[in-house]
Design a protein around this ligand. Structure first.
Ligand code: F6P
Length: 319
């Protein structure tokens, strides 16, 4: 192993820069030559490479986004696009590739491995929906961003005695909604992984008001229903003055938390170790606090990692 590449793909996540930095500096330490691929798989097809030295990843550990930029490439999924990617990697004599991204990015890594490229996946997505790891890069920052926003909304909700529906990201995974809702003391948390009982939610909100609660905070994962539609339903069934906030892409930006920086640094360095050992088709993860690795195929075959126990706790504590 002499020359490796690193790319970020799919939705960006705070901490991706820290992971790139770790790949570059650990790779240099191991005597490797490192190239960054800009704009994910799209940049791979376009042969958009940049050599990365120790100084090129200076002053990025605290920055959100990704210095390599990112994209979701439909072309890479086609036979022609994939063949072009293989041609570019061969022409550049890239023997190993670290791919930082979500499940779609990891599937691309597995596909490249099947065609002889040593690939190591690093889970980077705010959604935290990657089986095979307890946590993905960016999740902690996104949850903290959502909690800060909900705390602010709670202030105004209390002053006006209002109900607020707050829609958070996560696609079809309710991890952000659950952790942010639990941490912010939400009255209700709606996630795709748990059945939705609107009449029970309305009854709970009314009970809270009767007990003297001055506000109601309902956190909904985007995959469990649209915030605006839910707001209409709750307004009708409770009669509460209801407002809706969609947090949106604010959850994807911002300086990564210390936890995300450490996670990204550890995972990025481990990815290089695995390449140096000659491993491919694997992903890095953390399991019960320990850094781990497993085949991408077996990791993605694991089911949802949604924490139903935490959800039940949130329901009890919200009463
Ligand atoms: O996968 C990360 C994520 O932020 C999801 O939570 C969200 O549904 C999606 O990406 C938004 O994608 P885009 O940035 O393309 O609008």
């Amino acid at each position: 192993m002499q020359r490796i590449g690193v790319l970020t793909s799919g939705g960006d996540a705070p901490g991706m820069n820290a992971a790139i930095r770790a790949v570059v500096r650990k790779g240099l330490h191991a005597g490797l030559e490192i190239f960054g691929v800009r704009r994910g798989y799209a940049g791979l097809l376009a042969d958009d490479f940049v050599p990365l030295g120790a100084g090129s990843v200076g002053d990025i550990i605290h920055r959100g986004g990704t210095m390599l930029r990112t994209a979701r490439s439909e072309e890479f999924k086609t036979e022609e696009g994939f063949a072009r990617a293989l041609e570019v990697l061969a022409a550049r004599a890239i023997q190993g590739l670290v791919i930082i991204g979500g499940d779609g990015s990891l599937r691309g890594a597995e596909r490249l491995y099947q065609r002889g490229i040593l690939t190591v996946g690093v889970p980077g997505t705010i959604d935290n929906d990657i089986p095979g790891t307890d946590e993905s890069i960016g999740f902690d920052t996104a949850v903290n961003t959502a909690v800060q926003a909900i705390d602010r909304i709670r202030d105004t909700a209390t002053s006006h005695e209002r109900a607020f529906v707050i829609e958070v990201m996560g696609r079809n995974a309710g991890h952000i909604a659950l952790e942010a809702g639990l941490a912010a003391g939400a009255e209700s948390i709606l996630v795709p992984e748990e059945p939705l009982d609107l009449s029970e939610i309305c009854a709970r909100l009314k009970r809270g008001q009767q007990r003297g609660k001055l506000h109601s905070i309902i956190v909904v994962c985007e995959g469990a229903g649209e915030g605006f539609k839910l707001g209409d339903v709750l307004r009708q069934c409770t009669g509460f003055d209801t407002r809706i906030t969609v947090l949106g892409h604010v959850q994807r930006g911002g300086s990564p938390t210390a936890r995300d920086r450490v996670l990204a640094s550890t995972m990025g360095a481990k990815a290089v170790d695995l390449l140096v050992e000659g491993q491919g088709g694997v992903m890095v993860g953390v399991k019960r606090g320990e850094i781990a690795s497993m085949s991408i195929n077996s990791a993605l075959a694991e089911g949802s990692t949604f924490n139903h126990q935490s959800y039940r706790l949130a329901v009890i504590l919200a009463q």
